[in-house]
Design a protein around this ligand. Structure first.
Ligand SMILES: *Cc1c(COP(=O)(O)O)cnc(C)c1O
Length: 374
């Protein structure tokens, strides 16, 4: 006779150890909790311009009746468009429900029990999380001078290492590898491991010697590039991102894709977003003006900060980041408290429009003064 098993015995140890990520509550709930009437979200690096005009029109024109029809199971038209833009083959692209989903595709495709992945200790945490809740080890290499440490990562490789994840530019520090650093890293890996370069912020980059990673795929077939429509293209709510790689590597990753995970509206929005010629330059203007303003104000408050490429800045506070988060919320400003990124006492601020940044400066200077700092 079977005895009743407690739930515990069904759960793998690596799931028992893993803590669920708790997302922020919706705006209406937060306004009630913190007693604010307006809320500026500067916590997720979204584009204050929203989606490009071309995408807006396409989303508005989407026939509601089409909601009953399954979408293209492999984002066919979008992949053809990307192939056109980058001079590659459509089968070199895989779309996912946000770049977050393609992280899981790659890890599932290459890792088995006992394998590990390597990334930095202070970077986008989803690489580490997906590895760990799937039962794989995530080896974390400390940043050097706020940037990814190429040699440190190579030193951590063993025979069970399958994938190295480089966030370029790095969220949250904005540091980035130039073409020479990335190529020399790929040369040293010598095709023996998968190298993922997460370029979620690629479209914000202004520096001329940023790597042309799509071109590097031709020379390095073990290179996988991630992009997203959530940041520059303002489509975070529709959830769409993609990866690019050599055909051999993408043919393997495709086996782990969930068919139909990218919805029809997201596919349409992304396809038309790529056609807009004004959206990116307009966003660049807003981000560079916003950064100038923000850095000047942080200087005036005497707060240290770190930034690079990307639409975000990290600042160090003379107080706990979670306390600062709560106090700023009562003033209607939401930033990212960075303890979860292993940067205690730091906050990350999205470089948004002037109005939002002014609200941020007012909220922050209020709480820094309360705290008795200069
Ligand atoms: C936002 C972000 C992503 C994922 O975005 P999706 O919304 O899932 O497409 C991936 N990597 C980094 C570094 C990010 O900041």
């Amino acid at each position: 006779m079977m005895t009743a098993q407690p739930l515990e015995t069904l759960v793998p140890d690596y799931i028992k150890r893993f803590q669920a990520y708790i997302p922020s509550k919706p705006d209406d709930e937060l306004k009630k909790i913190y007693g604010c009437s307006k809320l500026y979200r500067l916590n997720n690096n979204e584009n204050p311009l929203g989606p490009p005009e071309t995408a807006r029109r396409a989303i508005e024109a989407f026939p509601p009746a089409q909601a009953s029809i399954y979408p293209s199971g492999d984002a066919h038209h979008l992949r053809c468009k990307l192939a056109d833009i980058f001079g590659m083959h459509p089968d070199q692209f895989l779309a996912g429900n946000g770049a977050n989903e393609v992280i899981a595709f790659v890890i599932k495709a290459f890792c088995q029990q006992g394998d590990n992945i390597i990334t930095a200790d202070k970077t986008f945490a989803v690489y580490e999380w997906v590895a760990e809740f799937s039962g794989f080890e995530a080896r974390l290499v400390p940043l050097v001078d706020y940037g990814f440490d190429a040699s440190g990562m190579i030193d951590k490789i063993d025979e069970r290492t399958k994938i190295l994840f480089v966030c370029n530019p790095n969220n949250p520090t904005g540091s980035w590898w130039n073409e020479r650093t990335l190529s020399s890293f790929l040369d040293r890996i010598d095709g023996k491991r998968i190298v993922v370069v997460d370029e979620a912020y690629r479209e914000f980059v202004r520096s001329a010697d940023f790597p042309d990673s799509m071109a590097l795929i031709g020379k390095y077939p073990n290179l996988v590039v991630f992009r997203t429509f959530s940041k520059m293209y303002g489509l975070a709510g529709l959830r769409i991102g993609y990866l690019a790689g050599s055909r051999e590597v993408v043919d393997i990753i495709r086996r782990t894709c969930i068919v139909y995970s990218v919805n029809a509206l997201a596919q349409v929005g992304a396809f038309f977003a790529l056609a807009d010629k004004e959206h990116i330059p307009r966003t660049h203007e807003i981000v560079s003006a916003g950064k100038r303003f923000l850095l000047k104000e942080l200087d005036l408050m005497g707060l240290p900060y770190v930034h690079g490429e990307g639409n975000f800045v990290m600042a160090r506070l003379p107080m706990s980041d979670s306390l600062a988060y709560r106090k700023m919320m009562t003033r209607g400003v939401m930033v990212r408290a960075m303890t979860g990124f292993r940067f205690p006492n730091w906050i990350r601020i999205t470089v948004s429009c002037q109005e939002a940044l002014e609200a941020f400066v007012e909220a922050l200077s209020g709480i820094v003064k309360d705290n008795g700092a200069p």
